[in-house]
Design a protein around this ligand. Structure first.
Ligand SMILES: [Zn+2]
Length: 306
């Protein structure tokens, strides 16, 4: 599979202008398991709408950040968090002047990004990479409305609200089925879980993810995206390419630290006990704490050396 961002001519020319830890178990679980975890979604979880550019907004709540386009053609959303939050998400969309989403784009299959599919798929059309549908099909308990009904291998465009909203599949990084969503005219890029802005990322090695691929995908974004692109990360605050660069540096530096320690004979537990140092305390304060990040790095390094 060619690297999509390294061959931009394949896609299109560049833009013309320039109590979260509690969720860990649920977040990693299949969407169907989340019904049992409904008590995690207290009434005090608020969905906040943050303007990004033009008709594009970011919705935050619990789970992956949601991208929204609201306009004359209706509503399109990117990811839909968790099923128990669906009504609150719709209320936030209504407050922007929107209606029920016509299109739901899934960046990947994780439950904190597609959990609302059974709800939103009743009235809207879900679009995702082939591997997202394949993985969701593996969960027998999901209703048909949870499944993407339009899938693609490399890329797909939705022409909507005066924009070209383009899904670009990435080589394996966070999983083997991730796409980013580029709002071409608005110059907004939803990176899904290819970016945990300011925090160590979860990289799903069991679903085809790799650390090297994850870093390469982010570096490809730097090469390809317009310098002033607005970036919606899968988790963390709205940002731009400077933050993408900062995230790449942390991933590279911490991987190098762990690789060097292991090469010098340290065990993984010894690396964890020693820690990465105070510079990374904040980075380990999210879903993936320092220990989990070191284990991901070590497992990935071991797989890469086999
Ligand atoms: Zn994810």
């Amino acid at each position: 599979m060619p690297m999509p961002f390294r061959t931009p001519s394949r896609w299109l020319a560049k833009p013309s202008i320039g109590p979260v830890l509690l969720l860990m178990a649920a977040w990693l679980a299949a969407p169907s398991a989340l019904a049992a975890a409904a008590d995690l979604f207290k009434d005090d979880v608020e969905i906040e709408a943050i303007p990004v550019d033009g008709p594009v907004y970011m919705l935050t709540g619990i789970g992956g950040n949601i991208g929204v386009s609201v306009g004359d053609d209706g509503v399109l959303i990117v990811d839909d968090q968790f099923l128990p939050l669906a009504e609150r998400i719709q209320t936030a969309i209504d407050a922007l002047g929107g209606d029920r989403p016509k299109f739901i784009l899934n960046t990947h299959y994780h439950a904190d990004h597609v959990g609302g599919n059974p709800h939103f798929g009743q009235a809207g059309t879900i679009i995702a990479h082939d591997n997202v549908r394949a993985r969701l099909l593996g969960d027998d308990s999901l209703p048909p409305t949870a499944l993407p009904i339009i899938t693609f291998a490399d890329s797909l465009s939705v022409h909507f609200n005066g924009d070209e909203i383009r899904l670009l599949h990435l080589p394996a990084g966070h999983t083997d089925g991730d796409s980013v969503v580029w709002f071409r005219n608005a110059n907004v890029l939803h990176l899904g879980d290819q970016l945990f802005n300011g925090r160590f990322p979860y990289i799903d090695l069991e679903a085809g993810g790799t650390v090297a691929g994850y870093i390469a995908n982010l570096e490809a974004v730097l090469e390809w995206a317009a310098p002033d692109v607005k970036v919606i990360p899968g988790h963390g605050p709205l940002c731009g390419l400077d933050e993408v660069r900062a995230n790449i540096k942390v991933l590279r530096d911490t991987r190098q630290m762990v690789a060097a320690a292991l090469a010098n004979g340290a065990t993984v537990d010894e690396v964890i006990a020693k820690g990465l140092g105070p510079d990374y305390a904040e980075w380990g304060s999210g879903f993936i704490d320092e220990e989990r990040w070191i284990r991901i790095l070590a497992t990935d390094l071991q797989a890469a050396s086999e």
